[in-house]
Write a protein that binds this ligand. Sequence first.
Ligand SMILES: Cc1ncc(COP(=O)(O)O)c(C=O)c1O
Length: 450
Amino acid sequence: MTRILHRRIGATPPVAVEGRGIELFDAAGKAYIDASGGAAVSCLGHGHPEVIAALHRQLDRLAYAHTAFFTSEAAEELADLLIEDAPAGLSHVYLVSGGSEAIESALKMARQYFVEQGEPQRRHIIARRQSYHGNTLGALAAGGNEWRRARFKPLLIETHHIDPCYAYRLQREGESDETYAARAAGQLEDKIRQLGSDQVIAFVAETVVGATAGAVPPVADYLKRIRAICDRYGVLLILDEVMCGSGRTGTFYACEQDGVVPDLVALAKGLGGGYQPLGAVLLSPQIFDAFANGSGFFQHGHTYAGHPMAAAAGLATQKIIRQDNLLANVVAMGDELEQRLLERLGNHHHVGDIRGRGLFRGVEMVADRSTKRTFDPELKLNARIKAEAMARGLMVYPMGGTVDGRFGDHVLLAPPFIVDRADISRIVERLGDAIDAAIASIPAPARVEG
Ligand SMILES: Cc1ncc(COP(=O)(O)O)c(C=O)c1O
C-alpha cells in the first residue's frame, strides 16, 4: 500500500526507475517514449551525461547557500546567459524553484513596481479564460480555467478575465486573422477601461497556451496589439512562458516570434530540463530601477530561491542546447511532427484541429468535425487516450475542458529537443493507434461514425 497522496487516489502510477534519452523505464522494465517531456519539461531527454556531470561538480563543491547570505557562481552565470539571449528590454533575472513561484513572483513584482512608482491604487490583474498559470493561490487566481479554480474560489484574490486568442473556436467564419486579432485584443482595452485605466496592474497571458487548451498560438499581430494597449494605459505585460518558453517553440523566448517584449516573463520547466526544480522571472530595467531607486529590494523570497544545484542544472541544460544547436532541431522536427500529425490525423473524423509551434503541438478532439461538437465530458476521452498511449509505451499529455474548463478534449505533445525523424514516426504511429483505440472504446451513439 502506498503512503503517498498520489494525483489519483486508488490509481498508483507505475514506478519510474530509469531514464535514457527520450525514454523512461518502469520497474517492470517497460519503456515509454516521453513524447510530452512529462509536462513539457524534459527538453534534453533523460540521463544526459553532461548535465549529470555538471550536477556532480556542483554537488562536490557546494550544494546550497541561502540567498540572504550569498550568491553563487552557477546562479550568476545562468542569469548572464539568460539576459544575453533575451530580447532587448529585459535586464535582470529572479531565480525560483518552479512555474507557480515564477508567476507569484511576477505578480508581486508588478504590484510592488506601482507602489514604488507612487501608484498604490493599482490593484487589478487581468488574464484570459482557459489559461493556466500554476496552482498556488495567486497563480490559480490569475489562471482562467474554471474547473481548476472552482473549488478554491473563496480563497482566490479578485482577478478579471478576457477571452483567449483561440482561432479554432473563437475566430468567426470568414474573419481574417488581422480582424480577429484586433477583436480579441480589443477585449483587453475594454476591460482596462471598465476597471479604470489607473487601476490595472498587469495583463498576464501564456504566449502559446499550453496545458489547458493544447498548444494554442496567437494569430497575426494579436500580441503586438496587446503590447500597444498595455503601453497606452501604463499596464505591465507579463508573459507566462513557463511551458512554451526555453526553446520549446523554436526560439528561446516564444514571444520573439510575435515581435513583442514583455515587462516580465516567467520561465520554468524546460529551463532546468527536469534535472532540478527551477524557475525564473526576467524583468525590465524599468522595474529593476523602480526597486533600486525606491525601497532598494523586492519584498519577496523563498528558502530555495536561486538554489545552486538548480542553477547548475539550468546552466548545463541551456549550454547544451546552444552548443548542440538544438533549437534548429526543434524547428526542423517541429515541422516534421506537424506534417506527420497532419498525415495520420488530419482527416480523422474526430480530430478537429492540429496546431502549435516547434516541438509544442496540440491535437483537439471533437465528436463531430462539421459542428465542432465536443465529446460528452463524462466519457473522459482524454483519460482514455492517455491510458491507451501508456499501454503502447507512449507518454503524451491529454487534458479535458479544452473549450471552457468542462467541454472538449485535447492531446499535448512536447517531445525532447533531441528527437529525430524515426522518433517522430514512432510517436505519431503510437498516438494514432491510441486515439483510434480510445475512440473505439466509446459507445457508438456518443460519436459520429465515419
Ligand atoms: C503556463 C504555465 N504556467 C505556470 C505553470 C506552473 O508551473 P509549476 O507546475 O512548475 O508550478 C505551468 C505548469 O504546467 C504552466 O504550464
